[in-house]
Write a protein that binds this ligand. Structure first.
Ligand code: NAD
Ligand code: LMR
Length: 414
């Protein structure tokens, strides 16, 4: 039996031939070889990585069929496999789409092959009219049609966004105030929770089945607030997903810098939350980062926790991370859309949770045909991570309560 390894991209096990057939179009042979090196060997022989009722990702299933077929049929299957799985024709909206994150995020999303319609929504006071951002993006060589929507700050989204949101599969929400030096993310709660509520309310009315990717800070409190408001209206709280991908991106990058390995093949899960000590990178769970000397881990951990503040300080009062956030937000957004096409993807995200005693947690989430398909267990933690988990829970609990109290005191007008 040829060796199988678990592709962290979707949690399923494949042979070298299957993986290389699948990634052939995307990467060079050497890059695929490096990627294969980072995949963990399959533990069990059967169905490793597949959950109950979870089907194998279509693209790789095709590649597998292709590899197992006879040589002649192989060539035919090869041509077919190059088509991979069926692309989606999804409708996506970016709320706050003319802002610092919104513009580059919209650009990434307009280039995603699964996006057919992209709506850019922002206020009349935004730095660029959303219609201008849309016009600009409409010149990229992609199938996506981009449209701008605008409203006055005194207007209510629920009164203005029917056309913009109806039929949306994914709504990304970077609308809100960013930090300035000296501020915590928590300081943004009052103003940003109200902005988020106005937008979530409109989504609850016009696209209740859509996945809502919440970028707006403080993620640790805004997500519980919005998910609990959804719950109160009988809607699915798992549709509200906090985007913490930037913490994963940063952890991978910093590990790459220390080890000299390509960060694209490093996958450090980052769990907990998205603020200071609530950010917990699990360096012991990645094949590259687990080789780092234990004496360096505390500093590396702190580097990831402080990375957002480092950007805020470097921007000197003119905003927080925008470009790296757009990259990270698009990675999560694309994973959600990939899941909707039937090709499951695993990413860390902050949403309702039962894997610890906290009701909301950043965790490894499998995105599938309906959005969040399932949450993966924490996995093994070393001594440092176990201790960090216990302390982070205290801080995160308080931040979750800020959100749940907001939901108790408010309601969605739908
Ligand atoms: P920005 O000020 O550049 O852009 C925000 C945009 O939101 C502006 O264009 C503004 O007009 C718009 N907006 C405000 N209220 C709105 C409303 N009611 N409806 C529609 N649009 C509205 O800020 P930014 O740098 O893009 O950051 C946005 C948010 O993302 C901040 O809260 C920031 O803290 C957060 N953020 C989160 C992460 C993360 O990892 N989750 C990373 C970076 C930034
Ligand atoms: C980040 O991590 O970059 C964001 O949460 C923005 C911030 O305020 O640090």
């Amino acid at each position: 039996m040829p060796e199988k390894r678990v592709d962290p991209d979707d949690g399923s096990a494949y042979t070298w031939e299957e993986i290389s057939a699948f990634y052939k179009k995307k990467y060079t042979k050497n890059e695929i070889a490096s990627y294969w090196e980072t995949c963990k060997p399959e533990k069990k022989k059967k169905d490793k990585g597949k959950g109950k009722g979870e089907s194998e990702p279509k693209g790789k299933a095709k590649a597998k069929a292709k590899v197992n077929a006879e040589p002649k049929a192989k060539a035919k299957a090869k041509a077919k496999a190059n088509k991979q799985f069926k692309k989606g024709d999804f409708k996506v909206c970016v709320c706050g789409g003319a802002g610092g994150i919104g513009q580059p995020l919209s650009m990434f999303m307009s280039m995603d092959p699964n996006v057919k319609e992209l709506n850019i929504f922002d206020l009349t006071v935004a730095m660029v009219p959303p219609a201008g951002v849309a016009q600009d993006l409409n010149h990229l060589e992609r199938k996506c049609q981009v449209k701008g929507y605008v409203m006055e700050p005194s207007d209510k989204a629920i009164d203005k966004l029917e056309e913009c949101l109806t039929g949306c599969h994914l709504v990304l929400i970077p609308a809100g105030m960013p930090r300035k030096p000296g501020m915590t993310r928590d300081d943004l709660f009052k103003v940003n929770a109200d902005i988020a509520k106005g937008l979530v309310e409109a989504c609850a009315k016009f696209c209740p089945e859509a996945v809502l990717g919440m970028i707006v800070n403080p993620v640790n409190s805004v997500v519980p607030a919005m998910a609990e408001l959804y719950k109160k209206k009988g809607l699915d709280p798992m549709k509200i997903v906090g985007i913490t991908t930037l913490d994963v991106v940063r952890a991978n990058k910093f590990v790459g810098e220390i080890t000299g390995k390509d960060p694209r093949y490093i996958r450090v899960p980052v769990i907990g939350g998205h603020a200071g000590e609530t950010i917990l990178p699990l360096f012991s769970q990645d094949k590259v980062s687990k080789t780092i000397d234990a004496s360096k881990i505390a500093d590396l951990d702190k580097h990831v926790q402080d990375a957002g503040t480092d950007v805020v300080n470097a921007k000197g009062g003119k905003g927080s991370a925008t470009l790296s956030m757009a990259y990270a937000g698009a990675r999560l957004g694309s994973a959600v859309l990939s899941g909707l096409t039937g090709r499951n993807k695993v990413e860390c995200a902050y949403c309702a949770s039962t894997i610890t005693d906290l009701p909301y947690f950043a965790q490894k989430v499998v995105f599938g045909e309906k959005g969040v398909h399932k949450v993966l267990p924490l996995g093994d933690l070393n001594e440092h991570e176990t201790k960090r988990l216990e302390t982070l829970k205290v801080a995160l609990k308080g931040e979750i309560e800020t959100g749940t109290k907001y939901a108790e005191a408010n309601t969605l007008a739908v």
